[in-house]
Design a protein around this ligand. Structure first.
Ligand code: PLP
Ligand code: COI
Length: 341
């Protein structure tokens, strides 16, 4: 199979239309078989649930080319399970988890020419999503839904690759105490747009959101969880019921413990203790692990000892081990790597 003529190493995190996407429709209480289609356009009612009341959820995952030339995905079962949780919270029908994984494989295989080559620094980003497609005008769930998956080749999420980021402690909240912060609903991202545009205008790379109830604890950014490294090399990550349970973060905590022999702790992290940490990073499918050099809390600068030029040494080890597992250089724990071809 001939790869597309794309400048893989210079890709940013953007949308490039690929050849095939998976589409399945839910009508009269059941999903149809679903199929790969070529048309990237969607036609639906002007009154669709997604358009009026934001009834939509999504996932983010990647396909990788391994060192030995296979194409794989990373823990797609966890994306399928998380999408189920998201759907239930927004009163949407669940797309069966086994069919989700099968559809992911079909989309990757059909777009194999767009899976970036090993070593290019790029990957094929996959975006499964579902939305209410039938008309609703009174506030209630739609009756019909569409589930789709498209693929697009991507490079690093943050411009500048692995250069440490500067983060602003945001005055906006991303989630409500008993709201939807723990699921992957489009509405969580819509309401973060003003905050991210404001942060960018002020020269920051991202926002640190605080817990919406007390505004004293670290939650996450608009698209990634936080990891901190203590001065004695413990890996700490915030525990909260209003953040997205990142698959990358859950995997990294296991990697830290089982591969690197580090102590790990998931606990509440107070903004006031940030200055005690040696390293800080953001983790997620898009972010992979992006180092944070500085957090600015209303004019007070917290500069991590790892500095503004390089990833901290423990963060780097975590990064190398995780990406090594994803690209087949390091043996993966049982069930983590799903081989497509
Ligand atoms: N937090 C938010 C708000 C996200 O959008 C994402 C991205 O999916 C993550 C965390 C990281 O999750 P994952 O590692 O499963 O991609
Ligand atoms: C992902 O990491 O897959 C996400 O969905 C985050 C988004 C900000 C791109």
């Amino acid at each position: 199979m001939e790869k597309k003529n794309i400048d893989w190493s210079n890709l940013g995190f953007g949308y490039i239309e690929t050849e095939k996407r998976f589409v399945s429709n839910y009508k009269n209480g059941a999903w149809d078989e679903g199929a790969l289609v070529s048309d990237s356009m969607i036609t639906m009612s002007e009154c669709a649930g997604v358009l009026q009341y934001a009834q939509t959820v999504f996932e983010g995952m990647k396909a990788y080319t391994t060192e030995d030339g296979r194409i794989v995905t990373f823990r797609p079962d966890l994306n399928a399970a998380r999408m189920e949780d998201s759907c239930k919270r927004l009163q949407m029908p669940v797309f069966p988890q086994d069919k989700f994984i099968e559809a992911v494989s079909q989309v990757v295989e059909a777009n194999a020419a767009y899976v970036p080559p090993y070593g290019s620094g790029a990957t094929l980003y996959l975006r499964p999503y579902m939305f209410g497609s039938s008309p609703v005008i009174g506030v209630k769930p739609a009756e019909e839904y569409q589930f789709r998956i498209f693929a697009t080749p991507v490079g690093p999420y943050f411009k500048g690759g692995v250069k440490p980021l500067t983060i602003k402690v945001s005055d906006f909240d991303r989630a409500a105490p008993n709201g939807t912060g723990h699921i992957k609903a489009g509405l969580n991202y819509a309401m973060s747009l003003h905050a991210i545009v404001t942060a960018h205008e002020e020269g920051y790379d991202e926002n640190m959101y605080l817990d919406p109830k007390t505004r004293t604890k670290v939650e996450e950014t608009g698209g990634a969880n936080f990891l901190f490294i203590t001065k004695d090399n413990k890996v700490v990550t915030p525990k909260s019921s209003s953040i997205l349970p990142s698959i990358t973060r859950r995997s990294l905590m296991q990697v830290a413990k089982d591969y690197l022999g580090l102590e790990v702790e998931e606990r509440e992290v107070y903004v006031d203790e940030l200055e005690n940490f040696a390293e800080c990073g953001l983790c997620g499918t898009a972010a992979v692990i992006s180092p944070v050099g500085k957090v600015v809390n209303h004019g007070k600068e917290i500069c991590f000892p790892s500095g503004m030029n390089d990833m901290g040494p423990v963060t780097k080890k975590l990064y190398d081990t995780l990406t090594g597992i994803q690209m087949g250089r390091i043996e993966a724990p049982e069930g983590w790597i799903h081989v497509i071809k």
